[in-house]
Ligand binder design. Structure first.
Ligand code: NAI
Ligand code: MG
Length: 352
């Protein structure tokens, strides 16, 4: 029997609850589809930071490198600044393992109503390919003249030819397997150095894919289009910041953050990839047992697909759709009164 070794980092807040449900569903899928999942859990979190002064141990990355995949809940909690939790765990993992693609599929699931009235599942299906290793999220810059009237902050962006080209290429390859359409998020009218560079590389890569329809759109207009004409979008590729913002918007138009999964993917496969929900640790509902586990379960399905267990991944997907369509177990964010654990169990039980 094939065994996949998985590192689980539940993290903080609802990350802990939804990860427990994802494990429940994935273990059941493994059992049904004849493979094994060997889990190792790490308590790396803001709670650990408060206790020890660091989000993860100094050899954290080295320890993770031994795994086939990583399932992450969410990190971040009131009392610990968000830049500490992000830069102390999430960003080092993404960068050390060259997870340069952040893949964020969104679609309207059965039984879920989009706030965009009357939209069908066919019209609301897209995938955001977010650059995940450089761009606007850089540590270069600083704050000066603290406390004085002339105080200022500088935050640099880093765009490399290699970094832009590989993520754009990934988007074109993905479009080839889907609708054959790619839209690039730009803002070359405002960011006059980085974005023209991005656009130039996009055009170069596009020239190598004559069968793919490609276009670029300023990110502000693209945000509007996502709401007004989502049917015109399929693969959307964007920089780290643009991809981050657009994927929350895309999640919102398809029924909310409780449903949106994400993969931090190392396409060549020389390092483990990491899967997580798009949402964070939701301190406002943490500990209440009402977080929607679907996003994390679907992130788990993306992980199974990545591990070569496509059939099990599809089975998890179907189980989620069946349970949502039936609606009796859904959580409050979808208008139901179900709990995290009950919805997780219902999905596990629906696996065929
Ligand atoms: P958030 O995604 O945690 O919450 C935003 C809103 O959506 C809240 O009202 C929350 O209750 C709701 N929500 C999110 N997930 C839900 C689910 N599964 N079911 C039902 N409702 C859900 O974003 P927020 O509030 O901006 O951030 C909270 C903390 O999470 C911060 O510390 C932030 O840094 C961290 N964070 C961590 C991420 C990660 O680990 N990848 C990603 C985003 C935020
Ligand atoms: Mg985000």
């Amino acid at each position: 029997m094939k065994i996949h070794r998985i590192a689980s980092i539940p993290g903080d807040g609802i990350g802990v609850d939804v990860t427990a449900e994802a494990r429940k569903v994935l273990d059941r899928a493994a059992e049904r589809h004849g493979f094994g999942l060997e889990w190792t859990e790490f308590d790396w979190s803001c709670e650990r930071y408060t206790r020890t002064g660091s989000m993860m141990p100094p050899d954290g990355i080295e320890r993770l490198s031994a795994f086939d995949g990583i399932l992450l809940g969410a990190v971040g909690f009131p009392g610990v600044p968000d830049h500490v939790s992000l830069w102390g765990l999430l960003i080092p993992v993404r960068r050390a393992f060259a997870q340069y693609v952040n893949l964020r599929p969104v679609r309207l699931l059965p039984g879920v109503e989009s706030p965009l009235a009357g939209r069908t599942a066919e019209e609301l299906e897209m995938v955001i390919v977010r650059e995940n290793s450089e761009g606007e999220y850089s540590a270069i810059g600083g704050r000066h003249n603290a406390g004085q009237p002339g105080e200022f902050a500088i935050q640099e962006s880093v765009f490399t030819r290699v970094g832009v080209e590989r993520v754009v290429r990934f988007a074109f390859e993905l479009a080839g397997e889907r609708s054959g359409r790619v839209c690039s998020a730009t803002k070359s009218n405002g960011l006059i150095h980085s974005m023209p560079f991005w656009d130039e590389i996009f055009a170069e890569v596009a020239a190598g894919y004559p069968d793919i329809y490609s276009e670029q759109c300023h990110v502000d207009a693209l945000a509007a289009r996502m709401v007004q004409h989502p049917e015109r979008l399929d693969v959307v590729v964007g920089s780290n910041l643009f991809g981050d913002v657009l994927s929350d918007l895309a999640a919102a138009v398809t029924g909310g953050l409780g449903l949106a999964p994400s993969g931090n993917v190392n396409p060549p496969g020389d390092h483990p990839s990491m899967f997580e929900a798009v949402h964070g640790s939701a301190p406002d509902i943490a500990g209440k047992g009402i977080a929607n586990p679907v996003a994390q379960v679907l992130a788990g399905a993306m992980m199974l697909e990545h591990l070569g267990e496509a059939e099990a991944a599809r089975a998890v997907d179907r189980a989620v759709s069946d349970v949502l369509a039936e609606r009796s177990a859904v959580t409050p964010d979808l208008g139901g009164s179900g709990t995290t654990a009950a919805l997780g169990s219902a999905i596990a039980a629906a696996l065929r």
